[in-house]
Design a protein. Structure first.
Lengths: 148, 337
C-alpha cells in the first residue's frame, strides 16, 4: 500500500488513543507488575512452602502484563474487529496444540517401562511420601546430603 | 486496503460518514474488499498469528513436559539467577516503550527523534542478548548443555553415574600422565622438578589420585547392595561433593568442579537433562527472534523515519512487542516456577 495509506492510518490511530502519558502509565504498570512477580522470589513472599500459589499469582501477573502490552503498545484496543479474526483462531489452535500433548507427553511417566524408570530421576520426596503432607518444592534435605 | 472502496469501484475516504459518490450504493454502506488495514500490517498480523501458535506450542510443551516429569530442578540448582532474569525483563519492557515512542515520533514526522528511539531500542535489545549470552556461558561453564557430548548432567547418583565419574578420572589421569612424560623428556633433568608446568601437572595428578581412591571407596560401598539406602548415601554424597545442589538463595557452595575447573566431572541434577533441552530451546528461539528484530532495527537506522515510514515502524514495533510478550511469559515460567 502507498505511503498515503500508511500516513492515513497513522492519523487515525493518533486521534483515537491517549498518547504519551498513556504509554508512561502502561510502562509504570509493567514495572510494578514485574516487581510483583519477582516478589515471589524474595523472602517476604509468604507462600514459599506452597509453590502452586506462587505459580497462579505469577501467571495472573504475566497475563495482565501481556494484556497491557497487547492493548496499548500494540494498539489492539483501538483496532477494528479484524483483530478477532486473526487472533482468536490462532489462540484456539494454540490451546489444542497444548492439549494434544497431554496424553503422550504429559502422562508419559505413568506408563514408562521399568527399564526406562531405572534411568529416570527419582521423584522428589514430597511426591513419594504424601503422608508427610509436605508440599514443599524447596526442601532438599534428602536429596543433597550435607557434604563438607 | 486502507482505503474503503465503494462497490462501484471508486475510491472513497474511509471515515467520512459513508456517503458514496456514485449514487449506486445505499447511504451508510461501503464495500470493503478486505480487512480495513494496510497490506504490511495485515501481513505482520498474519505472521504474528503463526508466531502465537509457534510460541504457544513451545511454551505449552515446556509446561506439559515439566508437569509430567518425575522431578524438575529448581532455578538455583541449574545456576539460574532470578535477579538477572528480572533485569532482562525490565530491559525488554523499556525497549517496548522506546519503539512505541519511535512510532509516535515518526507519526509526528520527527524523523531524527524517531531514529534516536529506534537506536535506543537497538541498544536495549543488544543489552538483552548480551545478558543472555552471559547466562548461557554460566550454564556451559557448569557443564549444563542441551546435548550429550558436552553435557555433564546425570539424572541420579546411581552406579551409572559412579562409572561415569570413574571413567572421567581415568581419562584425566592418562592425559596428565602423558603430559607429565612429555614435559619430563623436553625439560633438562636438573631443573625439571622445579618447572612450574610440571609442578602443576603433578598437582593435578595428585588430586586425581585422591579422588579416584575416594570414588572407588564410594562405589564399593554402593555395589555391595545396589538397592539399599547405603548406596544412596554413598553416591549422593559423592555427587554432592562434585556439585552441591544449592539449598538457599544465593548460597552456592563450591564443589570439586568449581575448585578445579579442569576436572569437569559428571554432575547430578535430577530432571536436569529435560530442563536443559527446554530451557535452551525456549530461550534460544526467543533470542533468535530478538536477533532478527535487532537486524531490522539496524537496517531502519539507515532510513529516514518520517511520517512516510510510520507504517513500517508500526509493523516492526508490533513484531518487537510480540517478542517482549513471549519473554513476559518465559521469565516467570523459567526463572520463578
Amino acid at each position: 500500500m502507498s505511503q498515503h495509506a500508511d500516513g492515513h492510518a497513522a492519523e487515525h490511530s493518533t486521534d483515537s488513543h491517549g498518547g504519551l502519558a498513556q504509554y508512561f502509565y502502561v510502562f509504570l504498570a509493567l514495572c510494578v507488575l514485574t516487581t510483583a512477580s519477582f516478589f515471589t522470589y524474595s523472602d517476604y513472599w509468604p507462600f514459599h512452602d506452597q509453590p502452586k500459589i506462587g505459580w497462579a499469582f505469577m501467571m495472573a501477573v504475566s497475563s495482565t502484563k501481556a494484556m497491557l502490552v497487547i492493548l496499548f503498545f500494540m494498539h489492539v484496543k483501538y483496532e477494528a474487529s479484524w483483530k478477532y479474526v486473526l487472533t482468536i483462531p490462532a489462540g484456539f489452535m494454540s490451546i489444542f496444540l497444548i492439549l494434544a500433548l497431554v496424553p503422550d507427553i504429559g502422562m508419559r511417566g505413568r506408563w514408562a517401562s521399568e527399564e526406562r524408570q531405572q534411568f529416570m530421576a527419582d521423584p522428589r520426596v514430597e511426591h513419594k511420601a504424601p503422608v508427610r503432607h509436605s508440599e514443599s518444592g524447596r526442601d532438599h534435605s534428602t536429596e543433597a546430603p550435607a557434604g563438607h | 486496503m486502507a482505503e474503503a472502496v465503494t462497490y462501484a469501484g471508486s475510491h472513497a475516504e474511509p471515515d467520512h460518514g459513508g456517503h458514496s459518490d456514485t449514487g449506486h450504493a445505499p447511504a451508510g454502506l461501503e464495500y470493503h474488499p478486505g480487512l480495513p488495514l494496510t497490506n504490511g500490517k495485515l501481513i505482520i498480523w498474519l505472521f504474528l498469528s503463526t508466531e502465537i501458535m509457534f510460541f504457544a506450542g513451545l511454551i505449552g510443551t515446556y509446561i506439559v513436559l515439566r508437569f509430567g516429569a518425575p522431578t524438575w530442578p529448581l532455578p538455583r540448582e541449574v545456576h539460574l539467577s532470578e535477579p538477572i532474569g528480572a533485569f532482562n525483563t525490565f530491559v525488554l519492557i523499556c525497549s517496548s516503550v522506546t519503539v512505541v515512542l519511535g512510532l509516535e515520533a515518526a507519526r509526528a514526522n520527527k524523523a531524527a527523534s524517531a531514529k534516536m528511539w529506534v537506536f535506543l531500542t537497538l541498544i536495549l535489545g543488544s543489552v538483552f542478548l548480551g545478558v543472555k549470552l552471559y547466562e548461557y556461558n554460566a550454564k556451559f561453564s557448569h557443564g549444563i548443555y542441551p546435548w550429550k557430548p558436552h553435557s555433564l548432567i546425570y539424572e541420579k547418583a546411581d552406579l551409572n553415574y559412579a562409572a561415569a565419574v570413574r571413567l572421567r578420572l581415568g581419562d584425566l589421569d592418562s592425559r596428565f600422565k602423558a603430559e607429565e612424560d612429555a614435559l619430563k623428556t623436553s625439560l633438562p633433568a636438573e631443573t625439571a622438578d622445579k618447572d612450574p608446568a610440571l609442578v602443576e601437572v603433578r598437582e593435578k595428578l595428585a588430586v586425581i589420585k585422591e579422588l579416584t581412591e575416594y570414588e572407588l571407596k564410594q562405589e564399593m560401598i554402593a555395589a555391595k547392595d545396589p538397592s539399599n539406602a547405603v548406596r544412596h548415601v554413598a553416591l549422593d554424597e559423592m555427587a554432592a561433593r562434585v556439585m552441591p545442589l544449592p539449598t538457599g538463595h544465593g548460597s552456592h557452595e563450591e564443589g570439586l568442579n568449581d575448585q578445579h575447573s579442569w576436572l569437569r566431572l559428571p554432575i547430578v541434577i535430577p530432571g536436569g537433562n529435560m530442563w536443559a533441552s527446554t530451557y535452551f530451546l525456549l530461550t534460544g528461539f526467543h533470542a533468535i527472534h530478538v536477533l532478527v528484530g535487532l537486524i531490522v532495527f539496524a537496517i531502519m537506522l539507515t532510513m529516514t523515519l518520517g511520517v512516510a515510514a510510520a507504517g513500517m515502524v508500526e509493523n516492526i514495533g508490533l513484531y518487537w512487542h510480540f517478542v517482549d510478550l513471549v519473554w513476559i511469559f518465559l521469565f516467570p515460567l523459567l526463572y520463578l516456577f
